[in-house]
Ligand binder design. Structure first.
Ligand code: 5GP
Ligand code: MN
Length: 334
């Protein structure tokens, strides 16, 4: 990332008295980790600033992060509306891990802010802020690390545990614990430096990535039981209609990780996981690929986005219809 842009990023923060940090809808580990990491860093280093994080309904496991309870306004739909309603006009909104304004959960607060900047790592980022820093990094959390390292003027600065834990959590989630192809030497070096800051590595990895609640296991089992294979098992699909969430008393965060379980099925190149969104007659699709298929291209075609090996979109209509469209696009690439 160009030094000049990173310098402008910190200048925007220094010029603001009130700052909101926000991420994408259905916040994942990277979204929560990068937001809380940056939040903790700013509050430690600029105690005079008023900083607030705006995150949607995130998985309970992320409460392991120190600072999360202080930072955040909202976890469910009711408090979401209240948060939007009662939010002041911020001097600065920092959007993290979010490729376009539609994906930005608290867009209204972003829109009203006097200045807007973003740090992201999606190749499909639409550069919707005044200052746009789109990193070629594993995760938004890695981007935040690089931004902090720039400000500290050290390649691997010593960070407080609350900052280090959050960034580490973001990195492990977007790299699937260092196994996805987005993991680079730099990612690993940062992880090593974070260990020296005292991160609770196994607690973060087991507690937020591998452990599943009983509910999560049940719904995963149901999806796997009903999964379908196409093209000699190169493509696999799984579906969660709305009624399953009620049946298993599950919520959206409980669906995290299902698509990856589909993806690691022997012989599979691409996996599609679909779940019905509330009352809109739409399905949200998560796609993953292993070596060949560029799922980001397909997602963009249907108004979504993401990365080459992990992307998503929403398509109106039944899962059957939506899956047929996506499978057809995958077929073209196989
Ligand atoms: P997931 O399948 O885990 O929800 O998302 C995989 C990746 O694709 C993430 O980086 C996520 O931000 C991105 N993504 C998922 N859904 C959408 C979408 O509807 N629009 C865009 N632009 N990106 C998406
Ligand atoms: Mn991310």
């Amino acid at each position: 990332m160009e030094k000049q842009l990173m310098s402008q990023f910190w200048h925007a923060i220094e010029s603001a008295k009130t700052i909101a940090i926000g991420g994408h809808k259905k916040p994942d580990g990277d979204c929560v980790g990068s937001s809380i990491g940056l939040y903790n860093y700013i509050t430690e280093n600029y105690p005079d600033k008023e900083v607030k994080c705006y995150l949607g309904e995130y998985a309970k496991e992320f409460e392991i992060l120190e600072g999360l309870a202080n930072a955040c306004t909202c976890v469910d739909e009711k408090s979401f509306k209240e948060a939007i309603h009662s939010a002041p006009t911020y001097d600065l909104f920092i959007a993290l891990d979010t490729s376009n304004t539609e994906r930005l959960e608290f867009f209204k607060i972003f829109e009203a802010a006097r200045d807007k900047i973003l740090a992201d790592h999606h190749i499909t980022n639409e550069r919707y802020a005044r200052l746009n820093l789109v990193f070629e990094s594993s995760s938004a959390a890695e981007a935040c690390y690089d931004l902090i390292a720039f400000r500290e003027d050290k390649e691997f600065p010593l960070l407080s545990k609350p900052v280090a834990d959050a960034i580490y959590l973001g990195i492990i989630h977007d790299t699937g614990v260092f196994k996805h192809s987005n993991t680079t030497r730099h990612t690993m070096e940062i992880a090593g430096a974070l260990l020296e800051c005292g991160v609770s590595s196994s607690k973060m990895i087991d507690g937020t990535f591998y452990h599943k609640t009983y509910t999560q296991n049940l719904i995963l089992a149901r999806v796997l039981l009903e999964s379908e294979l196409y093209f000699d098992g190169k493509v696999i699909t799984g579906v969660v209609p709305r009624e399953y969430l009620d049946l298993y008393n599950a919520s959206k965060p409980d669906l995290e990780g299902i698509v990856d379980q589909l993806r690691i099925t022997e012989g599979v190149e691409a996996a599609i996981f679909a779940y019905e969104t509330e009352g809109e007659g739409n399905y949200k699709y998560s796609m993953r690929s292993n070596d060949i298929v560029d799922v980001s291209k397909i997602a963009v075609k249907f108004g979504g986005g993401g990365h080459v090996r992990a992307a998503g979109c929403t398509i109106e209509g039944s899962a059957k219809e939506g899956l047929a469209l996506l499978i057809d696009e995958i077929k073209k690439q196989l």
